[in-house]
Design a protein. Structure first.
Length: 486
């Protein structure tokens, strides 16, 4: 099998001490710093425990928080998390404790604080907690919050109605649609080996190996190989698998109709955004043919696909991109879990993130980028395409602010080419976004140089007028200090 790389969107925040880029020094520094910072010169910080929605538990000292989320430090490693990434009960408890701490005690919470906490609980659909907080607000303000509280409940009911309607429509659409598998060309060709890899199919199609200069004949042959492969996927995964084609993607999915439309929208929006970022004609196609995408409605089906077709267990991820350096092939697979707005947002973010890896794999050359640049760029695109739907932008801003404020070292991130941990994504995103906003032309030159085999220090100097790593570090910190806490 060709050399390949599977990029996956981690499901959990895993603390891997051996990979941790933050030296122990940071912990020592925090012990000293923490009592005098965190949201005000006279306040100290507290330790909270939160449970990310994707599983696990993180307990640590909070160094900052805002309406978006919080940054906490565990064993010297900072984690930036949006509130919406945290299980409702622990998110509410952490936020309530932080505000109480900031005010100097439970009894110091104002009517407005209680009202805000009630709204916070409602956003998480915790009506029990909201009722208690609104009750406190009402009591303290002697009835002054009555109208605002009524409005908050009304908005919650309207939101709930909309969600129920969406669910109903989705159910109806699913019932009525014809889920027969499509007839694809190449019916007469049989694939003899189960679990044949898609990259094998591509390599067989073009023995010469191809990356750039893909002519129409090659595209046609690759497309045929993809369609045959898709048919095999339909055979193995069942008749509920539908094939849809967009301008740049070949999609096989068992999702209901409404979700399929969203899926196509996310993928094409991502493609359009990256085309603009890199000055690529959107009507051309950066992929070999179009990019194959496989989307599954459950974890079991996702893992079955991943194991059978990619030899990957798919255990700790929501999606992955498989890139083959030698022949330029790339495909993606995703799973869907749950149907709340938060679940839908999460899958949207995962798709745009992985889609960016697929696009970057094909851009200029098929050489693999250093992981931190690849992850940073994927998160930056996610924020650009989906905005507030994704925690990426808010997490990056909040975390970068702490690096600037406490002068935390970024270690050997700039020199690293190995995979980075999920908690480092916001840091990578912040640096990548900084480079991108300096000048999009320079950003393109940087990526091109990396894809031609230059190291990051070489590519940086080339694209940014001789900028050194030290200079970049200093400039990036400067840009992130004194930013508003919002
Ligand atoms: Zn990634």
């Amino acid at each position: 099998m060709s050399i390949h790389r599977i990029h996956c969107q981690p499901l959990r925040y895993i603390v891997r001490n051996n990979r941790c880029f933050m030296p122990i020094l940071v912990l020592a520094m925090l012990i000293e710093i923490a009592p005098t910072v965190a949201n005000g010169p006279s306040t100290s910080t507290i330790i909270v425990t939160v449970e990310p929605r994707t599983g696990g538990k993180i307990q640590g000292a909070v160094v900052d928080f805002n309406d978006h989320g919080l940054v906490l430090v565990k064993a010297g490693v900072p984690y930036a998390l949006a509130w919406k990434q945290i299980e409702p009960t622990t998110a509410y408890t952490a936020r309530r404790d932080l505000i109480a701490h900031q005010r100097g005690g439970w009894e110091k919470l104002s009517a407005q604080d209680h009202f805000d906490l009630g709204q916070f609980a409602l956003a998480f659909d915790r009506q029990d907690l909201a009722r208690a907080e609104f009750g406190q607000a009402s009591k303290l303000a002697k009835g002054q919050f009555e109208q605002s509280i009524r409005n908050a409940w009304q908005q919650m009911r309207e939101k709930r109605k909309r969600l129920q309607l969406d669910k109903k429509l989705s159910r109806l659409a699913r019932k009525s649609e014809n889920t027969q598998s499509q007839t694809l060309p190449g019916n007469d060709l049989s694939i003899s080996r189960m679990g044949d890899d898609l990259d094998d199919a591509v390599t067989l199609t073009n023995q010469a190996g191809f990356v750039n200069d893909v002519n129409d004949e090659i595209r046609k042959r690759v497309r045929e190989a993809y369609l045959i492969y898709g048919q095999k996927v339909q055979e193995v995964m069942g008749k509920s698998v539908v094939f849809i084609e967009t301008d740049h993607f070949l999609i096989w999915t068992d999702w209901p109709k409404l979700s399929r439309d969203q899926l196509a929208g996310w993928l094409e929006d991502m493609y359009a955004s990256l085309s603009v970022q890199f000055g690529i004609d959107v009507s051309s196609n950066i992929f070999l043919a179009k990019c194959p995408v496989f989307c599954w409605r459950s974890r079991a089906r996702y893992q079955r696909f991943a194991q059978k077709f990619d030899g990957y267990d798919g255990k700790d991820s929501l999606g992955y991109t498989r890139s083959i350096e030698s022949n330029g092939h790339v495909h993606m697979a995703f799973m869907r879990k749950g149907s709340t707005q938060a679940d839908i947002d999460r899958i949207a973010c995962t798709i745009v993130h992985e889609g960016t890896h697929a696009f970057l794999h094909r851009l200029f050359t098929t050489r693999l980028l250093p992981h931190w640049i690849n992850e940073g760029a994927a998160e930056m695109t996610t924020a650009a395409v989906l905005g507030q739907q994704c925690p990426a932008g808010g997490n990056a801003a909040l975390l970068a602010r702490q690096y600037a404020r406490y002068d935390w070292p970024i270690g050997r991130l700039f020199q690293s080419v190995a995979p980075i941990d999920a908690h480092q994504y916001p840091l990578a995103q912040s640096i990548v976004s900084y480079l991108n906003t300096q000048s999009v032309m320079r950003w393109r030159t940087l990526i091109k140089a990396l894809k031609q085999g230059k190291t990051f220090p070489e590519a940086l100097a080339l694209a940014y007028d001789g900028t050194s790593l030290q200079q970049l570090d200093a400039d990036w910190r400067k840009a992130n200090s004194g930013l508003d806490n919002s």
